[in-house]
Write a protein that binds this ligand. Sequence first.
Ligand SMILES: [Zn+2]
Length: 56
Amino acid sequence: MCLICVEFAKGKLTTREARRALGEMAVALDRTHVEELKRTLAEADAKQNEEDDDAD
Ligand SMILES: [Zn+2]
């Protein structure tokens, strides 16, 4: 877990914001964790696309 995961889990970051943060923090994070996080964001995006009728 890193700050990005924590904030994303709380719903304080969108996948787009989390990706931007990941781009900035990737060098400071464990490489395997970066891959995990990318997968998490990709899954969240896919899920969001399924229910894109209620955009906020
Ligand atoms: Zn994390």
